[in-house]
Design a protein around this ligand. Structure first.
Ligand code: PBG
Length: 330
């Protein structure tokens, strides 16, 4: 028998009484079309090297990347962020290989767009995959030199646009890069190529599995002179202001889960769509707990991604994109 307490005027539980009602009042919807799947590309054929610290991801050659993209599109995930694992012999101080004619990354983009013209391909613009120093910018006497890096990033971006990337993704955190990239793209006629700027990218401990995948950890020092201090929130507004002025089409917050407050803050203050990068270490934590049987993946995975969307992200970049899309289908 239900006790009746007439003094309770408001009963929020009424709107939770059945799944039908819960659907009516659900505030956040996450669909596979909101997700971007990151992919690690390596030169060669028939390669599929699972990343031990990130078991949902693999270093793949183009043939396997094409197969993955085909099945992703079948599940409603149409956007992809491609990262290259560049052989050490192709690295130098000025990242020459990043815009070389025979670059396998640019070649792959052409092939992917040829086969899947409706897909959205997002690039990575930064020196670190191609740099013998392993830093996102040009290194001189142990310092990262901002203004020498900018024209290199601009050249890289134009080469990527030319290779078919729909959106370039500057992830380097140099000052002024969005403006110089926008100008270079426009000058070269790529005024329809978008820029997803890594606006608030933090010097985070959660990039470990990604650096394992690409072997891209800095050879010396850390990234604290260009990536943001995890203790800072207001500084993200300065970065967002500048990126907006310089012409960014998306503002990214990275990592996502540990920076939900930043996502919320940017989405409240800017009308440019917010992208959130659910990074390798954040995925790895969840996977490890689930593999141990400590968390239920089928429940924790969608809850995790929904929390990022609820905070204000339009776009979520996650290694779990395919698992989420499969879960939606079931
Ligand atoms: C580097 C880059 C990094 C990631 C994306 N681009 C790592 C870094 O800054 O060292 C990390 C992504 C992830 O951890 O999933 N330009």
């Amino acid at each position: 028998m239900e006790l009746n307490s007439p003094f309770l005027q408001r009963r929020p539980r009424r709107n939770r009484a059945s799944e039908s009602i819960r659907q009516l009042v659900r505030e956040t919807n996450l669909e596979p079309g909101h997700l971007v799947l990151p992919l690690f590309l390596i030169e060669g054929n028939a390669i599929h090297h699972q990343i031990p610290s990130l078991p949902v991801a693999a270093r793949m050659s183009l043939d396997n990347i094409l197969r993955t993209i085909e099945s992703a599109i079948g599940l409603g995930v149409n956007s992809f962020m491609i990262f290259p694992a560049v052989p050490e012999k192709n690295k130098d101080k000025i990242a020459t290989y990043s815009y070389a004619e025979d670059n396998f990354y640019l070649e792959a983009s052409r092939k992917i767009k040829e086969q899947f013209p409706e897909s959205c391909l997002i690039s990575d613009v930064a020196m670190d995959p191609y740099s013998s120093d392993g830093h996102d910018g040009y290194v001189e006497n142990g310092k990262i030199i901002n203004d020498i890096t900018l024209p290199i990033l601009a050249k890289m971006s134009v080469a990527q646009a030319q290779a078919g990337f729909d959106i370039v993704g500057p992830s380097d955190m140099m000052d002024g890069r969005v403006g110089i990239i926008r100008e270079a793209l426009d000058k070269a006629g790529y005024y329809n190529t978008g820029i997803m700027s890594y606006t608030a990218k933090y010097a985070s401990a959660f990039y470990g599995p990604f650096r394992d995948a690409l072997d891209s950890a800095p050879k010396s020092g850390d990234k604290k002179t260009y990536q943001m201090d995890p203790a800072n929130s207001r500084e993200a507004l300065i970065e967002a202001e500048l990126d907006t002025q310089e012409g960014a089409d998306f503002l990214m917050v990275k990592p996502a889960l540990h920076y939900l407050d930043i996502i919320k803050n940017l989405s409240a203050n800017f009308d440019t769509p917010i992208a959130a990068y659910h990074v390798s270490g954040e995925c790895a934590m969840l996977l490890a707990a689930c593999q141990n049987g400590w968390l239920d993946y089928e429940k924790a995975m969608p809850e995790t991604l929904t929390s990022i969307r609820r905070a204000g992200a339009s776009v979520i970049i996650s290694y779990l994109a395919l698992d989420f899309a499969r879960w939606v289908k079931r």
